[in-house]
Design a protein around this ligand. Structure first.
Ligand SMILES: NC(=O)c1ccc[n+]([C@@H]2O[C@H](COP(=O)([O-])OP(=O)(O)OC[C@H]3O[C@@H](n4cnc5c(N)ncnc54)[C@H](OP(=O)(O)O)[C@@H]3O)[C@@H](O)[C@H]2O)c1
Length: 285
């Protein structure tokens, strides 16, 4: 398989530590161990240069294998993984990171995230101190968080002196996260959208369909383009080769301000995933 060199096709988002992340990457939640090598290989061949995995997805080994077996230089592929809830705490984090890196079979990870705050356990500050140590050792390039609220972000920055480079949050037209996005941009935190397609749950929405008809694109491409124009980093998941390719093909058209506003009216605060304030899976069940 040939791997197109398309580093210029997908724009990158600058991060507050001087690095950058492709604005569109592949999410691999729910992609099985049997499928993962083929799916990541397909995505890299289609031009993806960013893969978002996690310990909790059980597929780090396949992600790493597909990257190692591609003919791409390691530095051309941005790899994110996440520390899961039961591994929070300083020593646990160091051990869990060693295990992630071993499963990935890589020398470093580009971005390491605290997957969920699990505020009830009160370990996320200590955990982020371990992240700072991993960064200073060069085994992690950038450190960030996921599913953090404004209050958790404020405490993290106040107590560690370090601003996470990204906060990866549930974000799609039904849950536009205006307040959190404004806080991020005021504090130099990149907004990364998980479930950017709301798990495909409203691709048949009338407003989306009307815009899709007007621009001659699919509903999924319209939603992904909406993310790009808002300045979000988006990590749509697909295990279907045609969709993997189509989801990346959103950089040669634009939505008008009116079309952006029309999609903006769909925000109803409806989640497709868990509430970050109460999600404690793996730790406090
Ligand atoms: N940090 C967190 O707590 C967190 C939580 C959830 C997710 N994430 C990350 O975010 C990534 C994306 O989120 P997600 O997987 O929940 O949902 P998503 O990307 O919003 O949607 C994925 C679903 O949409 C379908 N789909 C993808 N492209 C499509 C297209 N062009 N047309 C029609 N259907 C399409 C996929 O089906 P097929 O695969 O069958 O094509 C799949 O069922 C995850 O994979 C993971 O990396 C992070």
């Amino acid at each position: 398989m040939t791997f197109r060199s398309v580093t210029s096709r997908v724009p990158t988002t600058a991060l507050n530590d001087g690095t950058a992340i492709p604005q569109l990457g592949l999410g691999v939640y729910k992609i099985s161990r049997d499928e993962i090598v083929d799916v990541v290989t397909t995505a890299l061949a289609a031009g993806y240069r960013s893969i978002d995995t996690a310990v909790d997805y059980g597929n780090e080994a396949g992600v790493g294998r597909a990257i190692r077996e591609s003919d791409l230089p390691r530095e051309e592929v941005h790899v994110t993984t996440k520390l899961f809830n039961a591994d929070q705490g300083y020593d646990n984090t160091m051990r869990a990171f060693d295990a992630s890196l071993a499963r990935l079979g890589l020398d470093y990870v580009d971005l390491f995230l605290i997957h969920w705050p699990v505020a009830a356990a009160d370990l996320y500050v200590e955990t982020f101190r371990a992240f700072q140590a991993l960064k200073s050792q060069g085994r992690v390039i950038s450190i960030g968080v996921s599913n953090f609220t404004v209050a958790y972000l404020q405490r993290l920055v106040a107590e560690t002196g370090e601003t996470p480079v990204v906060n990866q949050i549930e974000l799609h037209p039904r849950l536009a996260q205006r307040q959190l996005r404004e806080f991020h941009s005021a504090h130099g935190i990149a907004t990364e959208a998980w479930s950017p397609l709301a798990k495909g749950s409203f691709l048949d929405n009338e407003v989306i369909a009307t815009v899709a008809g007007a621009v001659g694109r699919t509903p999924a491409q319209v939603i992904l383009r909406w993310h790009i124009q808002l300045g979000n980093v988006a990590i749509p998941k697909s295990a279907t080769p045609e969709r993997i390719a189509a989801n990346l093909d959103v950089f040669d058209f634009e939505l008008t301000p009116e079309q952006m506003d029309a999609i903006g009216t769909l925000d109803s605060g409806v989640r497709v995933g868990p509430d970050p304030e109460t999600f404690t899976a793996g730790l406090i069940d």
